[in-house]
Design a protein around this ligand. Structure first.
Ligand code: NAP
Ligand code: ZN
Ligand code: ZN
Length: 346
């Protein structure tokens, strides 16, 4: 074992503070990464504050990781010391079940998430990447192309893959009409990636001050959702909705903008349950579904797609001591459009 610096929270109600953690020395297939940058996802906040049920403390959040390989296990051939490396929300899975075999490890029956999860040994808690180093099995480590602005790559490891996966699954292509609900970390990546796939993008937002940015990010239309009349011109117009809202909201007005048989995909994981009228689904045979990050193979495909299309996240770089303030600002929707922790400041 070796020691690593981190920022951790000890309970649902206390701020994150500096904390020393232990990382494992590399086993045969492990890679040790010195982390350069880690994005701040709203899932970090839900987890740090036990909003999705009791979290195991101490909790070190962080799953949008970019860094450099500093040690490798004896059997590792995919990486060598000095290589760039990325890690997202998933650090292990059984590798044997149907979903693992189909490259959808996120739906493994025993997935090991980057933090607030338990390793396959059944006892070791996982700790995330508001941290100087992380040790991960090579299969779950992604290749990052050289020459990119790494702090802007980090958010692709969660916000990027989470939005890319449903856009791909629902076959977004040139001319598709895609609605994106909520312009935050995930939302701004959904706009950029959908646009890069050729779609015409409509942003639904509660924040009038984001209209100019939405257009700059690639959206054609911007709908201020606080006024119900603003939905009317878009009724029956969209092929797909990507919903990234982090809090409870009524899906009905958004679903009215879908064409016949089209789908509203929930990515935002509001802690509170929701109600929906059957009528919202019955008329127009609409579908309401969810999507969870993406598999490892698809994450590599997304990174390569984003490198080719020059799609990176718009970020605000912060030092580790600003994480608590960044949480408050994220909750208020005051982020353009992802906070990224500079790991040197840990
Ligand atoms: P974020 O940066 O905070 O963005 C969420 C956006 O939702 C806000 O910027 C705001 O956009 C909108 N919003 C917030 N509260 C709202 C409310 N009460 N009503 C309507 N709109 C509201 O968060 P994020 O990091 O993108 O994450 C979004 C959600 O996705 C979180 O719940 C997170 O846990 C979840 N998530 C899921 C997955 C997955 O695999 N499914 C992966 C990552 C994250 P406007 O200002 O434009 O309204
Ligand atoms: Zn995330
Ligand atoms: Zn499995």
């Amino acid at each position: 074992m070796f020691q690593a610096k981190s920022y951790a929270t000890q309970s649902a109600t206390t701020p994150l503070k500096p904390f020393v953690i232990e990382r494992r020395d590399p086993k045969l297939n492990d890679v040790v990464i010195e982390i350069d940058f880690c994005g701040v996802c709203h899932s970090d906040i839900h987890t740090a504050r036990s909003e999705w049920g009791p979290t195991a403390y101490p909790c070190v959040p962080g799953h949008e990781i970019v860094g450099r390989v500093v040690r490798v296990g004896k059997k590792v051939t995919k990486f060598k010391v000095g290589d760039l490396a990325g890690v997202g929300c998933l650090v292990d899975s059984c590798g044997k079940c149907e979903n693992c075999k189909n490259h959808e490890e996120q739906f493994c029956s025993v997935p090991v998430f980057t933090y607030n999860s338990v390793e396959l040994d059944g006892v070791t808690p996982t700790l995330g990447a508001y941290s100087s180093h992380i040790t991960v099995k090579d299969k779950y480590v992604l290749k990052i192309k050289k020459g990119l602005d790494l702090k802007r790559v980090a958010p692709l490891l969660c916000a990027g893959i989470t939005t890319y996966s449903p856009l791909k699954k629902y076959k977004v292509k040139k001319g598709s009409k895609v609605g994106v609900v909520g312009l935050g970390g995930l939302g701004h990546m959904a706009v950029k990636i959908a646009k890069a796939m050729g779609a015409e993008v409509t942003v639904f937002s509660t924040s009038p001050n984001k209209e100019k940015d939405a257009k700059k990010l690639g959206a054609k239309n911007f709908i201020m959702t606080k006024n119900a009349d603003n939905f009317l011109p878009y009724v029956g117009k969209l092929d797909l909705i990507i919903d990234t809202v982090s809090a409870q909201h009524d899906f009905t007005p958004y679903m009215s903008t879908l064409k016949l048989d089209c789908t509203h995909v929930l990515l935002g994981a509001a802690p509170e349950p929701n109600q929906i009228s059957a009528m919202a689904l019955i008329f127009g045979r609409k579908k309401l579904t969810g999507s969870l990050i993406g598999g490892i193979k698809e994450t590599q495909e997304m990174l390569d797609f984003c490198a080719k299309k020059k799609v990176l996240s718009d970020i605000e770089l912060i030092s580790a001591s600003q994480i608590n303030e960044a949480y408050e600002r994220t909750i208020k929707g005051d982020v353009k459009y992802r906070f990224v922790v500079d790991s040197k400041t840990l």
